[in-house]
Structures are given as C-alpha cells and as structure tokens.
Design a protein around this ligand. Structure first.
Ligand code: FES
Length: 142
C-alpha cells in the first residue's frame, strides 16, 4: 500500500508554480480510498529510512515504544524538524488530516508544519522532539 503524504501549505509556497500543479495536488491525499487519515509511517526498529520521509511534507511516524508518535516536518535534504504527536491538552494521540493534526478526544487542531494550535481547547503548541539523521535513517533521541 503506497503512502501519499500531503504537500503542506508552507512547503507548497516554497515550490515553483509548475511543481505545484494538478498532478501534485491530486497525489496529495489519503492512503486509502474514502479515508482522509493516512496511517503513520512505521519505524518498529526505532528508525525510519530518510528516503521514506517525503521532502517538503509533514509525515506522522510511529517510532514504537511508550511515546511512539512523532510528526516529522521535512524540507529539502536533511532539513528536518520533529514535534510530539500528542495533544498538549490532555495527551491524546493526534491523527493527521491533510495539513492539520486533529485530536480525537476534545477537538483540538494543530498545524502540521509548525505544531501551532489552530483550535482549542489546547493552548500550547506541540513540543519539539529531538531526532537525528545517521547513516541515512532518522532516529528519535530519547
Ligand atoms: Fe486533545 Fe483534549 S486531549 S483536545
């Protein structure tokens, strides 16, 4: 099953107009027909190959372990920022819906590029998570 990450608003603005055409937008969307909620990328051994993390996009990754969900925001190359995948209101796991992260518990929404709160009741943006890129793989720093 092919994962088709969404091009974020911020990253779409950084691309030349020709690169953000109908084909790009058509490729952006849910993993499965009828679903707007792509499955997180799995990293069961604690790391995910960098080439599986799409450039100029935000990707939810399940690193396994106790706090497995991390949002990776990748620009070009090794430009990578990571945020917690858990709601700052009461800790529920977030799910990605296009360029937003939605909390299923009480409805908070977060920007999938910046981790900023878009809608409450959460009031704090998502904290950054330390990740490293080593030997072509992204690994969460504990
Ligand atoms: Fe997310 Fe309450 S835990 S809105």
């Amino acid at each position: 099953m092919e994962r088709r990450p969404c091009l974020s608003r911020r990253h779409a603005l950084l691309l030349p107009t020709s690169a953000v055409g109908v084909g790009t937008l058509a490729a952006c969307g849910p993993q499965e027909e009828g679903s707007d909620n792509p499955e997180p990328l799995r990293a069961d051994d604690g790391s995910v190959p960098l080439d599986e993390v799409p450039e100029n996009a935000s990707t939810m990754v399940n690193f396994g372990g106790q706090q497995p969900f991390v949002l990776l925001v990748r620009g070009a190359g090794d430009d990578l920022t990571a945020y917690s995948g858990y709601c700052t209101h009461n800790g529920c796991a977030l799910s990605q819906l296009q360029d937003e992260l939605d909390c299923p518990c009480h409805g908070s929404k977060f920007d999938a590029d910046t981790g900023e709160v878009l809608a409450g009741p959460a009031t704090r943006h998502l904290p950054q998570i330390d990740v490293v890129v080593e030997d072509g793989a992204v690994r969460r720093v504990r």
